[in-house]
Design a protein around this ligand. Structure first.
Ligand code: 4AD
Ligand code: MG
Length: 484
């Protein structure tokens, strides 16, 4: 046992590069990025996006062994840390001993030491963790997840695990994946010819959750402040760069709170987690910033982004989000150039229209040029649980819109008045009997409360500057694709 531990002792490249110290012996283990001139190995172990330069003296090493040092091979190197002769790094490792753990046939290995397109890398998502870009993206994903827990924990929120299998459709949109263990070739039927769910595993119809909100509301009525952070599933057939069938959502729910409290919480949280990533993933963000700047420089001038990634992140944490009502937004959009010149695919004519992402992006990117919170939407385009305003036309809803992303957060003050809620459910055909548990919160000790849902992948898109949501989750699930 002891010997195994000793044998595996290795120094992480991230730790090694932190120090300028030289003239000592270390062992590093990692994967070969490139091997140049039979002399210089660029080695990565995933602990940092920077590679370590390993120098080998081919005259002192077994030639057969060196032939096996190819891109992608896993190796271990023991050697002396010395001051680097080359530019771009302070130290390098002069190898005295080299061991191959796993060969990688260069004629078959799909990741070559050159720039691959993101589309190609998506097809080999099982290998893309080994690239610098995805190393940065998924390290930032990790940091953001950690920051979210830290933000809520520091404020006394209780992290609540809401069920993944549920009988309810929280959003009432009917875009659900069914959960069953019935034999699909022999579906049992009732006398009326309907599916007999009594014979199914749960003895009722069930689906994968689209949101943990309704259960989070139950938690908030006991703890005061809770949040969820888990996977959610939507069978919406929208093949866009911003939709996934399986995505992660953060849903805080706060008691004795109105929509203003809710918006303050959401704005504080977003600024906190973006700042956290900027402080803890400086190297990764710098790398992605440079990558985007390079990509941008190849575009026509009028399509280039007015701000770099780092400028955009700074801007969003340093400025207040613009807060306006849906009605004000409709006025702005109706009078906007692209609406008048019929440049929008959906022309805004009447109050009540649902906003498309082109409208959201106009408001954020062209009109206000900063994050925007839209409030008080028409009741007909929002969910049943949102609190009715006195005008009986709008509900106390809010969406936060971000540049380059569109909607990143959706939330509302909840309808806490039993009679108003029941009326709304009847109007919208939501089965009241089955939702007795939800209505019980309004029957016993109801109180004003509010919450929101943050799409985790949309947040990661914003912080990394990645433009396709498939590139910020390790294994994306989209219509027609559930590979890996
Ligand atoms: O606006 P949504 O549908 O709101 C809810 O689900 C509420 N129950 C939240 C609440 O009040 N607790 O979804 C919330 C957020 C969106 O703003 C968006 O960022 C993200 O979830 N989202 C998606 N992200 C990726 N792929 C999809 N298909 C998404 N649908 C929503
Ligand atoms: Mg929404």
């Amino acid at each position: 046992m002891d010997t195994i531990v000793k044998k595996n002792k290795r120094t992480r490249i991230a730790d090694l590069l932190k120090s300028d110290k030289t003239n000592y012996t270390v062992t590093v283990k990692g994967w070969v990025r490139t091997f140049r001139a039979n002399r210089f190995i660029a080695l990565t172990d995933g602990s940092t996006s920077t590679t370590l330069q390993v120098v080998v003296d081919f005259e002192k090493m077994d030639a057969e062994l060196l032939k096996r040092v190819t891109t992608g091979a896993a190796i271990g190197v023991t050697g002396e840390v010395v001051e680097s002769q080359g530019a771009g790094q302070k130290i390098e490792l002069v190898a005295t001993d080299l061991e191959i753990y796993g060969d990688s046939d260069p004629s078959k290995y799909p990741l070559q030491p050159k720039k691959h397109s993101l589309e190609f890398l998506r097809e080999i998502a099982h290998l893309r963790f080994r690239t610098t870009t995805f190393n940065a993206v998924f390290r930032i994903r990790h940091a953001l997840a950690f920051a979210i827990h830290k933000f809520f924990n520091d404020r006394g929120f209780v992290y609540m695990h809401t069920p993944i299998i549920t009988g309810s459709d929280a959003e009432g949109a009917g875009e659900m994946f069914h959960v069953t263990n019935l034999d699909l070739n022999k579906i049992p039927k009732t006398e009326e010819g309907k599916i007999d769910y009594k014979k199914d595993f749960f003895e009722k119809e069930t689906n994968l959750t689209v949101s943990g909100q309704l259960e989070a509301e139950l938690g908030a009525m006991g703890f005061g402040e809770v949040y969820t952070f888990g996977p959610t599933f939507r069978a919406e057939n929208s093949n866009t760069s911003r939709h996934l069938a399986e995505f992660w959502m953060i849903e805080p729910e706060i008691a004795f709170a109105d929509l203003d409290d809710d918006m303050d919480l959401a704005e504080d949280m977003l600024k906190y987690v973006i700042k956290y990533a900027m402080e803890h993933c400086e190297e990764e963000i710098k790398f992605l910033d440079a990558r985007l700047t390079k990509e941008d420089s190849q575009k026509p001038k009028d399509q280039r982004s007015p701000m770099s990634l780092i400028e955009k992140l700074k801007f969003s944490v340093e400025n207040d989000f613009e807060r306006i009502t849906y009605t004000e937004a409709i006025d702005i959009l109706r009078n906007s150039k692209p609406n008048k010149k019929k440049k929008f695919s959906y022309i805004i004519e009447d109050w009540g229209a649902d906003l498309q992402s082109e409208h959201e992006r106009f408001l954020v990117e062209k009109h206000f040029k900063k994050p925007v919170i839209l409030t008080d939407y028409p009741k007909d385009i929002k969910a049943f649980y949102m609190r009715m305003n006195d005008d009986n036309k709008t509900v106390r809803a809010m969406d936060i819109l971000f540049p380059g992303i569109g909607e990143i957060v959706g939330g509302s003050q909840r309808e806490e008045r039993l009679d108003v809620l029941e009326k709304r459910m009847e109007e919208m055909d939501i089965p009241k009997d089955e939702m007795f548990w939800y209505l019980d919160t309004r029957r016993f000790g109801t109180c004003p409360h509010a919450g929101f849902g943050l799409g985790f992948e949309r947040l990661i898109m914003f912080v990394t500057g990645m433009t396709n949501i498939r590139d910020v989750i390790p294994f994306p699930r989209t219509p027609g694709n559930a590979e890996f």
